[in-house]
Design a protein around this ligand. Structure first.
Ligand SMILES: C[S@@+](CC[C@H](N)C(=O)[O-])C[C@H]1O[C@@H](n2cnc3c(N)ncnc32)[C@H](O)[C@@H]1O
Length: 332
């Protein structure tokens, strides 16, 4: 009773209901929310504190930034999910909030795209700046090796393929590899690398990792190498990745463990300062995958983590959606 009443009291105010809806759609900072709602920062912060105290929202700190999102754990999380689903998104004020949220996301995507356009030619050097790439690639090869509880890898999808390093690495051992990336500049470098390596059965395409242009159950493995820390909503992308995995298929995500190198945000367009094991485990499980124990590759100053998960053989699709193109259209 107490939890329900506390949650209902906290949500029973127009601004706070708007905050709940927004934080159910993305992980947002106070300044994002201030911009979207058009209200002062102290006022928005006060509402956020009340929502966090009630357990409807979670606040987490990353370096100098604090993010808010809908709670994912506990009794209040169930109420938060139900309330967010009940909010009428066609209400004019809420529809405007969601439009402004999309503007914030678009602006961020444009600045990331500008960063990758500038970085494309020099990407191999930038990627190796903070990590031992050979060690990471050895770990990746191990994660992709044959296993009894996973299907053999013939069709590979690399999300946020960038300059196509993973296609170069795994292309020779699969029947088909496709890379998806938003940046035309990065893809131009990837195409040249794939051609140079003679990987005629591999290709790259411009696309959005949130909306993959493939039917469900199209791939045996999906990789995300250093992509999730650029995204507003990693959980949604993992869900989309799980959708295109065949039963027995595996998802391998490589990214940084939580860190405090603020300059990566300022200079290199990172959205998140690393990802937590607990978040990844929850997101993978909610996407219908079975996560394995993460592998931590300790480096200085950054630790890289390999998260692997398998789609169970008997499972039904995690979230069926309508494909916008068939795999055949992407065949070479
Ligand atoms: C750090 S790079 C990693 C590239 C490559 N995986 C590697 O490790 O070298 C991240 C890539 O994700 C791409 N990206 C970011 N957001 C994306 C989105 N929503 N859809 C598709 N690609 C995206 C960027 O364009 C960029 O090429």
């Amino acid at each position: 009773m107490d939890t329900v009443l506390t949650c209902l009291r906290a949500a029973a105010e127009p601004t706070r209901l708007r905050l709940l809806l927004l934080c159910a759609r993305a992980e947002l900072t106070v300044s994002d929310l201030t911009q979207i709602l058009g209200q002062s920062q102290p006022r928005v912060s006060r509402h956020l504190k009340l929502m966090c105290d009630a357990g409807l929202l979670e606040r987490f700190r990353e370096g100098a930034w604090a993010f808010y999102r809908r709670a994912a754990r506990g009794d209040a999380a169930v109420i938060a999910e139900a309330l967010a689903a009940m909010v009428p998104v066609d209400d004019p004020e809420l529809a405007l909030d969601l439009e402004r949220l999309n503007q914030v996301k678009r602006a961020r995507a444009e600045s990331a795209d500008a960063y990758f356009t500038a970085a494309a030619g020099d990407w191999a050097r930038i990627r190796a700046m903070h990590i031992d790439e050979a060690e990471v690639e050895r770990a990746l090869i191990t994660s992709m090796s044959p296993r009894d509880d996973a299907r053999p890898i013939a069709d590979l999808l690399d999300l946020g393929t960038g300059t196509g390093r993973l296609i170069e690495l795994f292309g020779p051992s699969v029947e088909r590899a496709i890379g998806i990336d938003a940046s035309r500049a990065m893809l131009a470098v990837a195409r040249a690398a794939i051609e140079r390596a003679g990987l005629n059965h591999c290709s790259v395409r411009q696309g959005d990792v949130y909306q993959l242009p493939f039917p469900g159950e199209s791939f045996d493995a999906v990789t995300l190498h250093q992509v999730l820390h650029f995204l507003d909503d990693p959980a949604a992308v993992l869900q989309e990745a799980a959708r295109v995995l065949r039963p027995g298929g595996r998802l391998i995500a490589v990214d940084f463990a939580p860190h405090t190198l603020e300059e990566l945000r300022e200079v290199h367009a990172h959205r998140r300062l690393g990802l937590r094991d607990s978040d990844m485990r929850g997101w993978l499980a909610r996407a219908g995958l079975t996560p394995a124990a993460p592998q931590h590759l300790k480096g200085h100053p950054l630790t890289v983590v390999v998260w692997a998960a398998t789609r169970p053989f008997a499972a039904s699709p995690a979230r069926p959606t309508t494909p916008t193109a068939t795999l055949a259209e992407f065949a070479l």
